[in-house]
Design a protein around this ligand. Structure first.
Ligand SMILES: [Zn+2]
Length: 376
């Protein structure tokens, strides 16, 4: 069967990544280092200008995605209150910096016996994907998250990842798992010379971090412990296959605005592949994605993607909020999908959903894998 997972911020909640609605509040609890402090200050200033505009327009200045989208629109229109031209130019990069800095500071990754594992739940999630693949199912993953949780979970289970950033699959035999990051990722960037999309695989990041710890004698101790994911960075220092040079570009992450700005073109192949996989899917599992009201993009993707001839076997929305499940059921699904709507029991959290899906497909118990000796 063809399975597609659609992951949202809720999937990273057990790893302590901030959710969209309280993201900015948590961001401003951090004391940013000197490299990030100017970005934090500029975002705060622009956000207070948005607050003043709020009396005239419906803007949710608490939600990080709508603030990010407003900043992108401000750049497009060339104004935001009395913000200077130069500040306006720096605003979107500053917002990207704040988002990545905050996720890296809060999100945790498990360390087992001095070896890097994966952020909580993504370790089991990777194991589930491996079990599904091992039983002959095709699995792809679309995520709205900027973090590398899913990437690390797949890596830990020894699975290759295809980010779908090139037209051709990275593995022509279909061995790699397609991981389509619909809003970009903090380990992606565009080459500072030719603008081609480049990325750094998490295995490289992990290998370098552990090597550095050994050299400095700073390997985290204890049987199982958790550290902020920033301690295993940097996540972006990649070589361009065209220019053959390495650079550390800005993180390639975009807001969920439906406009087709130049920036979003880098994601064209990702979105195309996601629509194709949705069209072919027999099973759609939506985990921790609340489908915010302003997110027309997902509606379009779903509508275009599901025009295919496949009859859905399962469409599960695993989210603890009943209003989120109801929203998907009422507003999104045609009659055929309502019949396969689930899960029918209370497997709404990420970890219980993993177990529930495994039992649905008779895959046995899902266990987070240990690192193999050769896995760097
Ligand atoms: Zn290049």
């Amino acid at each position: 069967m063809n399975c597609i997972f659609i992951l949202g911020a809720g999937a990273s909640a057990d790893a302590r990544a901030p959710l969209m609605h309280n993201f900015l509040e948590r961001a401003y609890l951090i004391q940013p280092g000197s490299d990030a402090a100017p970005a934090f200050r500029l975002v705060a200033k622009a956000r207070s200008l948005l607050q003043q505009a709020q009396s005239k327009a419906q803007l949710d200045i608490r939600n990080v995605e709508s603030v990010f989208a407003s900043f992108e629109m401000a750049r497009l229109f060339g104004r935001l209150g009395d913000l200077g031209k130069d500040e306006l130019q720096r605003l979107v990069p500053a917002m990207r910096k704040l988002i990545v800095y905050t996720i890296e500071r809060y999100m945790t990754v498990r360390i087992r016996n001095g070896q890097i594992s994966a952020p909580p739940r993504y370790d089991e999630f990777g194991a589930l994907v491996k079990l599904l693949k091992g039983n002959g199912h095709r699995v792809s993953i679309a995520t709205f998250n900027y973090d590398v949780g899913a990437d690390m979970g797949l890596w830990l289970s020894g699975l290759e990842v295809d980010y779908c950033l090139r037209q051709e699959p990275t593995d022509p035999h279909g061995g790699a798992v397609e991981l389509m990051k619909l809003h970009g990722s903090f380990n992606w960037g565009s080459c500072t010379t030719c603008n081609k999309m480049i990325w750094r695989g998490v295995s490289e990041t992990v290998g370098d971090a552990e090597k550095k710890w050994r050299k400095e004698g700073t390997t985290p101790q204890g049987h199982i412990t958790s550290i902020p994911i920033e301690r295993i960075g940097p996540f972006r220092y990649a070589a361009c296959p065209v220019c053959k040079t390495s650079s550390r570009p800005d993180p390639f992450i975009v807001s969920p605005t439906p406009n087709k700005s130049e920036l979003h073109q880098g994601l064209q192949t990702v979105w195309e592949r996601a629509a194709l996989r949705l069209a072919e899917a027999d099973n759609i599992f939506i985990i921790g994605y609340s489908w915010p009201d302003g997110d027309h993009f997902f509606h379009q993707l779903y509508a275009l993607g599901t025009i295919g001839a496949t009859i859905l076997s399962r469409l599960w929305v695993c989210d603890p909020k009943p209003e989120v499940r109801r929203k998907f059921k009422d507003r999104l699904l045609g009659q055929q999908a309502v019949d396969c709507f689930g899960p029918t029991d209370e497997a709404y959290e990420f970890n219980s959903a993993i177990g529930r899906i495994a039992s649905e497909f008779e895959l046995g118990t899902v266990q987070a894998p240990k690192r193999r000796a050769d896995q760097g």
